[in-house]
Design a protein around this ligand. Sequence first.
Ligand code: HEM
Length: 423
Amino acid sequence: MTLHQSLAEAIVDGRAYADGDRIDEVFRCIRKEAPLDVAQPEGYDPFWAVSRHADIKEIERQPDLFHNADRAVVVQTTSNAAKIRQMTGGEANMVRSVVSVDGKEHKDLRGILFPHLTPRSVRPMEEQVRKIASEFVDQMLGFGDECDFAKQVAFLYPLRVLMAFMGVPPQDEPMMLKLTQEIFSGNDPELNRSGKQQTPEEALQATLASIAEMENYFLDVTTRLRETPDSGLNSLIANAKIDGDYLTRRQLLGYYITAATAGHDTTSNATAGIMWALAERPYLFEQIKQDRTLIPALVDEGVRWVTPVKHFMRSATADCELAGQKITKGDWLMLCYSSANRDELVFDDPFDFRLDRKDNPQLAFGYGVHVCLGQHLARLEMRVLMEQLFDRLASVELSGTPARTISNFVCGPKRVPIRYKTN
Ligand code: HEM
């Protein structure tokens, strides 16, 4: 069996994700009719669309059986996948990062930042994060009583926090934001490099150009930080050694690029989505105004609601069985996180935004050995910003029509126009 063609086409179509209702309906059908089945959109190699929460966890629980490195970890057309292999001398992924390797290499790379991003390690960062959050809230209130919360707050605040911890100076932030948006949003003419609708081939070329710019930037950073190390995350990456050697050029650049892109865009999307949800639901705003202890639940539900990372891919290293289906060695599987986070078997009223989900089991940060390294920092950032906003705002509502980015990978709201009253 294969998945109905219209469903298969939708799960790789950034426009379906931009229209939130459409992708929700597509995955609702998939979970009901064919929760684990092969999709073959035109121009793509076939892959299993893994739509259920339990099946995604089952895969992520077995990293030796389901690899990240052997095939592209982000879905690619067949011709782009071949081009990437050609360019990289046979590797499946454009960048060799912690998220695109397995086994010992993954453990070694993850070990470089892991100790610095545990809950205990991020706790002392709270004061600095709070200071940054309050600057952004001051700035927002300085705009008057309206702003585009996505563009003017959510995209800038996690960027400032991450860059501060990485050790990137504020004057380089606009360039980092632009390159990140180009890398993640090649299908969105408002955010990509050409300003036009691009074919997958054009999108790949544009992404490679943006990656090359980031690489040049970080090569200079490495030289400087090896001469004069500092306390930032970039310095840890530049000076890290595995078995006595510095990281290879591809490992180094892959690490910086993953941290410098995924480390803020994801959090920005979730933050923008939380404000969108609040602006549409005055009763939630009131409830939290009365009880600030609900803010962590707001953050987790916001992360579930937006699910900023729509998928990652895996490939099977051996024949096996999953949810009654026979998976063959070499098969490619798409972990559809946004579907897992609306799975009716796990969430009551999955299409409702609720603060009373007990230990919200959302999978937006992934699961298993690759689970998001930055999740504790991301939660801290969002909690602290929301605390400040609830201190200062008396009410909030939408002042226009929000919009989401056209993308099938890392994305979320790109416009959230709001009107607000202060206390
Ligand atoms: C709301 C915010 C965020 C979301 C939704 C998110 C989501 C994810 C997801 C889905 C994965 C893959 C997990 C898997 O394969 O099981 C991941 C991995 C990763 N994330 Fe995040 N992320 C967020 C914030 C951050 C931040 C703030 C940082 C950096 C400080 C970061 C750094 C990373 C890294 C380095 C990995 C690769 C980990 C590995 O492969 O071992 N993320 N993230």
